[in-house]
Design a protein around this ligand. Structure first.
Ligand code: AMP
Length: 195
């Protein structure tokens, strides 16, 4: 299955992506993880992306599209994938359609986690406080200023993707304010799967 997980920062996309990959036996393709790895490795892409990421702004389509194109061609993605954090703009969605079309592939579904955007800043600060209490590292962009920019960017650039995929009959919306387990059940059932 080829899936996209859509939802604002802090909605729980990463957690649900992991559940889906375990259930379906396909990899999670997270552009955020790929970019953080590039930053950690100080690669040319990482050096270009770092400042934008720390501010909570989007890195260029050119960078993410080349990362995704290379990743989709790897052997473990041949049976399918769960895209997490990509696409984030209509331009990226169109480019993805073209990319898959050229490979003779198509998306099966787009799962949208619907959450109350106003609750997300509180969720993020709670999550960061818990991680710090456990002595874990936190993300450079999990601070109030960058997080607000990430939410604003989502509102402006990513929200239009819901209608883009609804028009193509691919959108499935799930209430992301439920418990993690409940959301996982709803996600699976929207795909006709059991946990
Ligand atoms: P994420 O882990 O998905 O929240 O992504 C972290 C950061 O990486 C984002 O705030 C952006 O700066 C960058 N990023 C991740 N995915 C994309 C994408 N599809 N397009 C542009 N920037 C992205």
């Amino acid at each position: 299955m080829r899936l996209i997980l859509l939802g604002p920062p802090g909605a729980g996309k990463g957690t649900q992506a992991v559940r889906l990959t375990e259930r379906l036996g396909v990899p999670q393709l997270s552009t955020g993880d790929m970019l953080r790895a590039a930053v950690a490795a100080s690669s040319p892409v990482g050096l270009q992306a770092q400042a934008m990421m720390e501010r909570g702004e989007l890195v260029s389509d050119e960078i993410v599209l080349s990362l995704v194109a290379a990743r989709i061609e790897q052997s473990d993605a041949q049976r399918g994938f769960v895209l997490d954090g990509f696409p984030r703009t209509v331009g990226q969605a169109v480019a993805l359609d073209t990319m898959l079309g050229e490979m003779g592939l198509a998306l099966d579904a787009v799962l949208e986690l619907q959450v109350d955007l106003n609750a997300l800043v509180a969720r993020m600060t709670g999550r960061v406080a818990e991680a710090r209490a456990r002595g874990e590292a936190t993300r450079a962009d999990d601070n109030p200023d960058a997080f607000r920019t990430r939410l604003e960017t989502y509102r402006e650039q990513t929200v239009p993707l819901s209608s883009y995929y609804a028009e193509r009959g691919l959108l499935r919306s799930v209430d992301g304010m439920l418990s993690v387990d409940r959301v996982a059940i709803e996600v699976m059932s929207s795909l006709g799967l059991k946990l």
